[in-house]
Design a protein around this ligand. Structure first.
Ligand SMILES: CC(C)(COP(=O)(O)OP(=O)(O)OC[C@H]1O[C@@H](n2cnc3c(N)ncnc32)[C@H](O)[C@@H]1OP(=O)(O)O)[C@@H](O)C(=O)NCCC(=O)NCCS
Length: 350
């Protein structure tokens, strides 16, 4: 596991006078997100597979998930989220000097979706690349942005998590089709800003590659009539195993993050786990004694939006009730790879 924890114990001024915390690696200066208008309801899914609104609500907490319009691709949603984040941060495309886009559903296999986004933003010359780390992609991109900013190599980094999972969902598989939705979330990362990133950690375990995957369409099994006929281009998952692994790994990440900055998990003012299933989120809370009011479950109306889930949940929570200066927020992702990512944010003044 890679860690960017600083060793400084400099106090963070009056905001957290009672808690000496590590110095910031960098900050999130602006947030934005985008969710398509169309909602796929549970009842709509129940017309094609053997399921029900009651089962889906009880087992996942999801009542609806968003679906991109036919002409809308990942970079289009990323563009909407990016514009909002840039406006929030008070920067323009000319200020950007790096674009990192986390996705598992690129517009095209080649070139990168980040390059489509860069062209839409009109900032030719700015390096742009995709990061593939499944549902924890945003956290991976945030750590890379933090490292770049902290090192002085880059100053203003656009970090986006965007996925159009409905395009790779098997709507004949009742276990998985109930979970996934589309969306994008973005953050502008800079030396200073509203959320100091005071801890960051990422990790992967390739022995779990078979637990969540799209079997075909790559170099091992190229697209063919057979791969299409056997739904090889859609997401396959071992739901029960992923459920258990997600609870254990995200709990472990939060425990380590808390310990690294000298608090207990229950001391975080807000914990935002990847929004995969409301029961996974509840189980993480139970493992760590994080009270429900400090645990964000925002999956009801969005479903699992993969790399977009954390920036969307953070942005929606902050918009609904702005996070007060001094609050400590822990974000933690988990997904295909297997891969996980965890950051601690300290809220600053606007
Ligand atoms: C997929 C998931 C919702 C299934 O919920 P669960 O409570 O674990 O359910 P189980 O897999 O134990 O299945 C229980 C029963 O419900 C059935 N079932 C599964 N999906 C169903 C659905 N949509 N409607 C009705 N019944 C369903 C199963 O067939 C099983 O029936 P059986 O007991 O007769 O075999 C849950 O495991 C999950 O969210 N897993 C993680 C998802 C994931 O991989 N996300 C992507 C990466 S983060």
């Amino acid at each position: 596991m890679t860690s960017l924890i600083t060793t400084s114990t400099t106090s963070q001024s009056a905001i957290v006078a009672s808690r000496p915390l590590p110095a910031a690696l960098c900050a999130i200066a602006g947030l934005g997100h985008y969710l398509p208008d169309r909602i796929i309801t549970n009842d709509e899914l129940a017309q094609t597979v053997d399921t029900s609104d009651q089962w889906i609500m009880e087992r996942t907490g999801i009542s609806g998930r968003r679906c991109a319009a036919p002409e809308e691709a990942t970079s289009d949603m990323a563009h909407r989220a990016a514009l909002e984040a840039m406006a929030d941060a008070g920067v323009t495309a000319e200020d950007l000097d790096l674009i990192l886009l986390a996705t598992s559903t690129p517009d095209t296999p080649v070139p990168s979706t980040a390059c489509y986004l860069q062209a839409r933003l009109g900032c030719g010359g700015v390096p742009a690349m995709d990061i593939a780390a499944g549902c924890s992609g945003f956290g991976f991109a945030l750590q890379m942005a933090a490292a770049s900013v902290k090192s002085g190599l880059h100053r203003t980094v656009l970090v986006v998590g965007a996925d159009t999972l409905t395009r790779i969902t098997n709507y004949a598989d009742r276990q998985s089709c109930i979970l996934f939705g589309d969306g994008a979330g973005a953050a502008v990362v800079a030396p200073t800003g509203r959320f100091d990133v005071i801890y960051s950690s990422i990790g992967s375990d390739g022995s779990g590659t078979g637990m969540i995957r799209v079997r075909a369409g790559g170099s091992r099994t190229p697209a063919s009539l057979d791969s299409v006929a056997t739904a090889g281009h859609t997401l396959e998952l071992h739901g029960r195993e992923v459920f258990k692994a997600a609870v254990l790994r995200m709990s472990d990440c939060i425990r380590k993050a808390a310990s690294a900055i000298g608090v207990r998990p229950g001391d975080f003012d807000l914990v935002i786990p990847h929004q995969a299933n409301a029961r996974i989120i509840e189980a993480v809370g139970r493992q760590l004694d994080v009270p429900p009011e400090r645990l964000l479950s925002d999956i009801r109306e969005t479903g699992n939006t993969a790399a977009a889930s954390i920036p969307i949940a953070l942005g929606r929570a902050d918009r609904a009730s702005p996070l007060a200066p001094g609050k400590l927020v822990c974000i933690v992702g988990f997904g295909a790879g297997l891969a996980w990512a965890c950051q601690v944010l300290l809220v600053r003044d606007r």
